[in-house]
Design a protein. Sequence first.
Length: 261
Amino acid sequence: MNKGSCRAGEALIRFSKVDLSFSDRKILEAIDLEIMRGEIVCLVGPSGCGKTTALRIATGLLAPTGGGVAFDGAPILGPRRDVAIVFQDYGKALLPWRTAAGNVSLALEAVGTPRAERAARIDALLAKVGLPHHADKYPSQMSGGMQQRLQIARCLAQEPAALMMDEPFGALDAMTRQELQDEMLQIVRTTGATVLFVTHDLEEAIYVGDRVIGLLPHPGRIGIELKIDLPRPRDQIATREDPEFLRLRRELYEFIKSAER
Ligand SMILES: Nc1ncnc2c1ncn2[C@@H]1O[C@H](COP(=O)(O)OP(=O)(O)O)[C@@H](O)[C@H]1O
Ligand SMILES: [Mg+2]
């Protein structure tokens, strides 16, 4: 059973008629979207259709020009400690002059973890993202995949109820990307976090998601919603060969092709 259906009916994040304009240009129009607790919702759509803008609104970094977003039933008025953002550009998200442990420590300091508890928490977080032996390395000594793992560890230090991920694996090679998809799913399963996951990669969206939302451009609006009922845990070979995966992939590709026209 999908986690999303365990506590069905409880939206953690709710977009209600969200409009967003930059000066007089309408970027998003009438976005209505509920993300249930523990659900993984993926957002796909042509470049420039407003995916990042929608994610920034969901995190409170950007206020909509119409409608609103509620988190746990209350309006989002600004960034929240329990909502973590994973960016594609891990290079910019990490502090180059701090080691892996130092980068995680900073996140723990920010959420007020007492000094005495930090070392053990750092070890646990680095182990959770598969970096148990890299505490003393600097970001420049780590591969792209390792740096992205470290960014995720930093986000997990916040013990977030929601993880907002903006093309988090887009800069990684195909093998590393698949490894991180599986690790992310494993982490989300153990923490119960709710996820909004933006990606260009339609197969990635179907592979990780409980639901995939496709946006149409100019202005950005919801054009398709696919419920992904593939069994979990997902498997890089079996899931991608599942006839249902292939059916969903075809439907999503056809949607994107027509959206780009
Ligand atoms: N701060 C901003 N000011 C003006 N226009 C912006 C700003 N941020 C994004 N845009 C425009 O909004 C549109 C959607 O951008 P974005 O949400 O980044 O798209 P996506 O992530 O889907 O590629 C683009 O046309 C972009 O140029
Ligand atoms: Mg974007």
